[in-house]
Design a protein around this ligand. Structure first.
Ligand SMILES: Nc1ncnc2c1ncn2[C@@H]1O[C@H](COP(=O)(O)OP(=O)(O)OP(=O)(O)O)[C@@H](O)[C@H]1O
Ligand SMILES: [Mg+2]
Length: 289
């Protein structure tokens, strides 16, 4: 078997005249978190949709477990073990935790027209599956809409792992979450990795990407600028890759220019500010003394 579970060779994807991906080479390993970086419109979502069977590559080769493969549907990708958690999560708010856990793979009892959803067994499996990922559920029959965003994200990931995913693809799982909930999601990501899954993670947050990632692939306008091992790049370098270091530097000098123009224009305003600052300082002194 190949060293890599997924390999892309010179993959391109066009939408009419738009080149969303061009000549992408990428390798994904089991037991690693592979972070996809790049600005808005860089092609990250298109790339993972190509891996998930949503888009067919216009050109190039897709290898799964060393074998060339043409994915024709997301269902086929899922059956192979490639599970994707999109930002909208594909959960149904009004349905229970258990129902969402089993969606599309319902456990049934009985036969033919007498088949029914085996709620009791399903509840137990869902609670156990979630507990394995460190997620406590009080009541598996509670509607998913009553859970927080982080819990829902964790449920979607736990569900994929429970049903035997080998590759877990996450499109910005922490984008809408606070610090604590993000930490929970990242813990689940680390658990998936520890179980030997390959995780492909998209995020715009360097503080989320750097601690969990083993490799970084940087996309820029549909092209790959290469894959880097964590050992070879610092957090600052990753940040620069994410933000576009040059653009930040340009922005800084532009802002400095604005400030200079501003202070030249209204010197009087600045004096007023200074006076305000002095008043605040003396108030603070009074409060401290
Ligand atoms: N179905 C489509 N039809 C036409 N153009 C598309 C389609 N999907 C994506 N594109 C184009 O491909 C390019 C890459 O888009 P993509 O959504 O992959 O970027 P992204 O890196 O995920 O961006 P973001 O960070 O904003 O999610 C964009 O220019 C986009 O307009
Ligand atoms: Mg996207």
């Amino acid at each position: 078997m190949s060293e890599f579970i997924i390999e892309l060779k010179n993959v391109s994807r066009y939408f009419g005249s738009v080149i969303a991906l061009q000549d992408i080479n990428m390798q994904v390993k089991l037991g690693e978190v592979h972070c996809l970086l790049g600005d808005n419109g860089a092609g990250k979502s298109t790339l993972i949709k190509t891996l998930a069977g949503v888009h067919k590559p216009s050109e190039g080769e897709f290898l799964y477990e060393g074998k060339p493969m043409t994915l024709t549907s997301p269902r086929q990708a899922l059956d192979l073990g490639i599970a994707t958690v999109y930002q909208d999560l594909a959960l149904v708010s009004l349905m229970s935790v258990t129902r969402n856990f089993f969606m599309g793979r319902e456990l049934t009892k009985g036969w033919g027209p007498f088949k029914y959803f085996d709620t009791q067994t399903a509840n137990k499996i869902a609670v156990a599956g979630l507990a394995e990922m460190g997620i406590e559920v009080r009541d598996p029959e509670q509607a998913i809409g009553t859970m927080s965003g982080g819990e829902r994200q964790c449920l979607a990931i736990a569900r994929a792992i429970h049903f035997g995913a080998k590759v877990l693809i996450l499109d910005e799982p922490t984008a809408a979450l606070g610090v604590k909930q993000s930490a929970n999601v990242l813990k689940v990501v680390a658990k998936a990795k520890a179980r030997g899954l390959a995780v492909i993670l998209i995020t715009h947050n360097v503080h989320h990407a750097y601690p969990v990632a083993d490799r970084f692939t940087l996309l820029n306008r549909g092209q790959s600028l290469g894959t880097f091992l964590k050992a070879d790049v610092t957090r600052e370098e990753v940040l620069e890759m994410m933000a576009g270091g040059q653009e930040l530097a340009d922005l800084e000098s532009e802002l400095a220019e604005f400030q200079r123009a501003d202070s030249a224009d209204n010197d009087g305003g600045n004096h007023a500010l200074d006076a305000g600052q002095a008043a605040t300082n003396s108030m603070q002194k009074a409060a401290n003394g």
